[in-house]
Design a protein around this ligand. Structure first.
Ligand code: CMX
Length: 424
């Protein structure tokens, strides 16, 4: 364990020194001003958080520690986790040690399975995931060490322990949820030798022989890893974490946000919508039929799932990565073909709706169709796969925030009376 701790210790000293200088020099510099419209509008665009694990420029999409996603699509989740945590891609030796560290920690306590088995059979898989993480709270190294008087400067070390433990175990928990919730037979235990992606596929127990499916899962787990600090799941996780609640509390809270249809559940909604369309037309509809469906959906007051974004103003590079994968491996699959055709139709139509700021697809427009092709057909499970990946970024952000000694998050609210007085 010393290597990552040693590496991070050096980095953190540097990050802290840098922040101190920046704060001294730029104490009064203004990052953002807040308008009434922003206060009523989900705080969109207000710059008020520091997040170095990744950034999302509106015209580029995900950049992880300074590297654009399209340069990282061949990496493994282990490499990406190391990058998120430290700011560097690992050397071969660092990667070996880091991967071993995760392998050592993969076993899930038995009581997690007892709790999951006791849940109602029709529980949403995301409710099961949040519950599983929360019920493991008693394992928190941070909570234990905090109780025995850990120094503030070292909070990050105990948080790193939690971050490694949770990330190491989450594929087994997620795969167990899949098997329990969808009656797939006995839970498959982790293989101590397998890597993070390979073991997840092995424990899901579907399509385990397909290298293409494994490669898709690797890409999926890389692409969803982080999306800067202000999205619902990141902000929720870091707000809870800032109260010095441990990562089990924080992450399960963040996942509850990810479970919403405007956030991570959009991949489930998107595939559901596409399958309904295919069923209605008895196959992949024509462009003209799709155009009608888009307007039928909009006119009924629903959103087009997988399209639009709070930050992005271009096609999400994660969508591009999935579209390329589908085009390479199964361009004529009816579900994938519908996804491709929708990409030709939906932006043109959404551009006609003035209030929609971004007509382009986000990650959730394509991801489900790929999982579906390989036999992962239970679309209420898709947000869980998203969450497995997102645990990397959320956990890394929590470690970094503890390292930077950030205080409890506590913005100020105002009353309607206050705004009335201001406006008049
Ligand atoms: N279909 C229909 N209407 C849409 C739309 C879409 N895909 N995207 C935005 N709009 C609407 C909004 O609902 C909003 O309408 P109201 O003012 O009547 O409430 C209006 O256009 C303005 O929204 P916006 O400023 O363009 O976008 P927001 O920042 O408010 O919302 C998002 C962003 C993602 C919630 C929204 O685009 C949406 O609901 N998309 C569909 C759901 C989805 O794909 N979510 C996944 C996002 C990725 C993720 O976080 O995982």
């Amino acid at each position: 364990m010393t290597d990552i701790v040693e590496k991070l210790s050096k980095k953190i000293d540097e990050w802290r020194r840098e922040a101190k200088v920046l704060l001294e020099k730029g104490h009064d510099k203004i990052l953002s001003e807040v308008t009434v419209a922003q206060a009523y509008g989900g705080m969109r665009g207000i710059r008020t958080l520091i997040c170095d694990t990744s950034r999302v420029p509106q015209d580029e999409g995900l950049i992880i520690r300074g590297m654009h996603l399209n340069k990282l699509v061949d990496k493994t989740p282990e490499e990406i986790y190391f990058l998120l945590l430290t700011g560097d891609l690992p050397t071969d030796e660092e990667l070996n040690q880091f991967s071993l560290e995760l392998k050592k920690r993969k076993n899930v306590p038995n009581y997690v399975w007892d709790v999951l088995k006791a849940m109602p059979k029709d529980s949403h898989p995301m409710a099961m995931l949040g519950t599983a993480i929360l019920v493991m709270q008693k394992e928190s190294v941070f909570a234990e060490k905090y109780d025995s008087g850990l120094k503030k400067e070292d909070y990050w070390k105990a948080t790193l322990e939690d971050a490694l433990n949770i990330v190491a175990k989450i594929p087994a928990i997620a795969a167990g949820i899949y098997r329990l919730r969808f009656n797939k037979g006995e839970i498959i235990l982790p293989d101590p030798e397998m890597d993070w992606t390979g073991d997840y596929v092995h424990m899901l127990g579907i399509n385990t022989k397909s290298e293409d499916f494994k490669d898709l899962m690797r890409l999926y787990l890389v692409a969803h890893c982080d999306h800067e600090g202000g999205n619902v799941s990141a902000l929720t996780t870091q707000t809870i974490n800032s109260a010095l609640s441990d990562l089990y509390y924080s992450l399960s809270g963040g996942f509850n946000g990810l479970a919403g249809p405007l956030h991570g559940l959009a991949n489930q909604e998107s595939l559901k919508w596409i399958l309904e369309i295919i069923e209605k037309f008895g196959g992949t509809p024509t462009n003209e039929q799709l155009k009608d469906i888009v307007w039928e959906t909009l006119n009924s007051g629903k959103v087009i799932p997988g399209y639009g974004h709070a930050v992005l103003r271009v096609t999400d590079p994660r969508f591009d990565a999935f579209l390329s994968f589908g085009k390479k491996h199964f361009p004529n699959d009816p579900v994938f073909l519908t996804v491709s055709r929708l990409f030709d139709i939906v932006p043109v139509e959404l551009k006609k709706v003035e209030k929609i700021k971004n007509p382009w697809p986000n990650v959730d427009a394509a991801s489900g169709s790929l999982l579906y092709y390989y036999g992962l057909k239970e679309f209420s499970y898709y947000t869980v796969v998203f969450a497995v990946s997102r645990s990397l970024g959320l956990a890394a952000q929590a470690v970094v925030n503890r390292a930077m000694l950030f205080p409890i998050i506590r913005p100020k609210s105002v009353t309607t009376r206050f705004v009335k007085d201001l406006v008049s």
